[in-house]
Design a protein around this ligand. Structure first.
Ligand code: NDP
Ligand code: HSE
Length: 439
């Protein structure tokens, strides 16, 4: 029996996600109202062009180009237009008017999160964003609520479906980068400008959101180290599999201590990495996402599923709408974002990780000893080394491929080692340098 008044829900954006949210909210209205404890009335869907063709029908009388009027008087505002402006301004207007806001917009959160959370706190409203990372995968609530009593130590995430799709296709089907990217775009995984995917910008936004939540610390987007995956070659992917790894674009958030200064802090970074084939993240195929969380008490947890797609992402948005409605029914202020730990965000130079370095070297006596010295002189310890049979050069100066795996080493030491290797007369070329994660 529902006794609470109907709640007015304004949806900003009627694209891939917005249209699905509107139609599911209308179609399953009674069931969601029963779960929420209040009726949920869609008062309108703001778009740029009311006549634009849409994959999912939205009743014509709900479409409007006047977002600001829709926001006024709404109890719940759902922002699904994406980008920074006017999303930021409209979220602020909605919060300032006392409405709860739901957004799937990682860009606005990663760039303006503190401003938006402050605005919510000022008026006791709540900003929900389950869909902003990992699409349909529940990861925001687990980090914010379920793990609130634990200490998250590290997160390894495949948080961009497009790049996982491309790397997977290169690995499993032998496709080229270009072919796979075209397919990812056709299937609707890629951003309007896929540079955001392949250069790691999208994953970096998600890493900033995850790190801020996990470590109760504001981690600004510009503190997230970022490398895209456009430099990963087909040869590297093939060689990785032969060596027992797969290449993934990872978002890594971790607590760490700077070895030189002793400062305890956190870091967030995005880059391609080799993941051992027996790690759960190696089994994440296609456009799926997964977030692997290591917590002090809980141990390892993995959250897996569809990281993109209109209807899949709508599931997470609808969950937030039900939560917001329940909060209205129960009353009281929203829960503020927890940034109490306020840990320093350490630079990439503080990070220690393992590396796989592939070299073409002269196949002559003494070469291995020379190379081992180049590593040890710079404080980089070698964990394993394998050399192919002669596979290049000429009769006078034959060459072989050498693959070196290091123990954990500082970024700065590794960079110095690679520079020394490149300059060494016994090294014909440094074929690739990849970080290794998940060992
Ligand atoms: P779309 O580009 O498909 O849709 C955007 C919608 O917003 C369109 O309906 C568009 O109107 C409307 N819009 C854009 N600008 C304005 C404006 N200035 N005034 C009024 N309406 C506007 O985006 P998605 O649905 O794919 O994404 C929405 C959000 O969800 C983004 O933040 C995205 O990052 C996030 N997200 C998306 C996922 C996905 O798989 N698609 C997955 C996870 C998150 P019109 O239709 O008239 O052009
Ligand atoms: N372009 C994004 C991806 C969409 O490929 O993961 C979901 O945020």
């Amino acid at each position: 029996m529902i006794e609470y008044r109907n709640l007015r829900v304004a949806i900003l954006g009627g694209g891939s996600v917005g249209a699905q949210v509107a139609s599911l909210l209308i179609e399953h209205g009674d069931e969601l109202a029963a779960r929420a404890g209040a009726g949920l009335e869609v008062v309108g869907v703001a778009v740029r062009d009311v006549n634009a063709k849409r994959d999912t029908d939205i009743p014509a009388h709900l479409l409007t180009t006047d977002a600001e009027s829709l926001i006024l008087g709404a109890d719940i505002v759902v922002e699904l237009i994406g980008g920074i402006e006017p999303a930021r301004t409209w979220i602020l207007q909605a919060l300032q008017s006392g409405a709860d806001v739901i957004t799937a917009n990682k860009a606005v959160l990663a760039n303006h999160g503190p401003e938006l959370f402050d605005a919510a706190e000022q008026v006791g409203a709540q900003l929900y964003y389950e869909a902003a990372v990992g699409g349909a995968i529940p990861i925001i609530r687990p980090l914010r609520d379920s793990l609130a009593g634990d200490r998250v130590m590290r997160i390894l995430g495949i948080v961009n479906g497009t790049t996982n799709y491309i790397l997977d296709r290169m690995d499993v089907h032998g496709d080229s980068f270009g072919e796979a990217l075209m397919d990812a775009t056709r299937l609707g995984y890629a951003e309007a400008d896929p540079t955001a995917d392949v250069e790691g910008f999208d994953a970096a936004q998600k890493a900033a959101i995850l790190a801020s939540l996990a470590f109760h610390t504001t981690v600004p987007l510009d503190a997230v180290y970022r490398e895209g995956m456009t430099s990963v070659t087909h040869e590297q992917v093939v060689a990785a599999r032969k060596a027992g790894y797969t290449v993934k674009l990872l978002a890594i958030c971790e607590r760490l201590v700077d070895a030189e200064t002793g400062v305890e802090g956190v870091s967030a970074r995005v880059h391609p990495a080799l993941v051992p084939l027996d790690h759960p993240l190696a089994a994440v195929h296609g456009a799926n996402n997964a977030v692997f969380v290591e917590a002090e008490a809980a141990g390892s947890l993995m959250f897996y599923g569809a990281g993109a797609g209109g209807v899949q992402t709508a599931s997470a948005v609808l969950g937030d709408i039900v939560s917001a409605a329940r909060r209205h029914v129960v009353g009281g202020p929203g829960v503020a974002e927890s940034t109490h730990a306020n840990l320093p965000v350490l630079p990439m130079s503080s990070v220690n990780t393992r590396y796989q370095i592939t070299l073409t070297v002269l196949d002559e006596p003494g070469v291995l000893a020379t190379i081992a010295t180049l590593f040890s002189d710079r404080g980089v310890s070698v964990e394993g080394l394998s050399q192919s049979v002669r596979d290049g050069g000429d009769a006078e100066r034959p060459t072989a491929t050498l693959v070196v795996i290091t123990h954990q080493a500082a970024e700065s030491s590794l960079a110095a080692t690679v520079a020394a290797l490149a300059a060494s007369p016994v090294v014909s070329s440094v074929v690739s340098v990849l970080r290794v994660e998940g060992l």
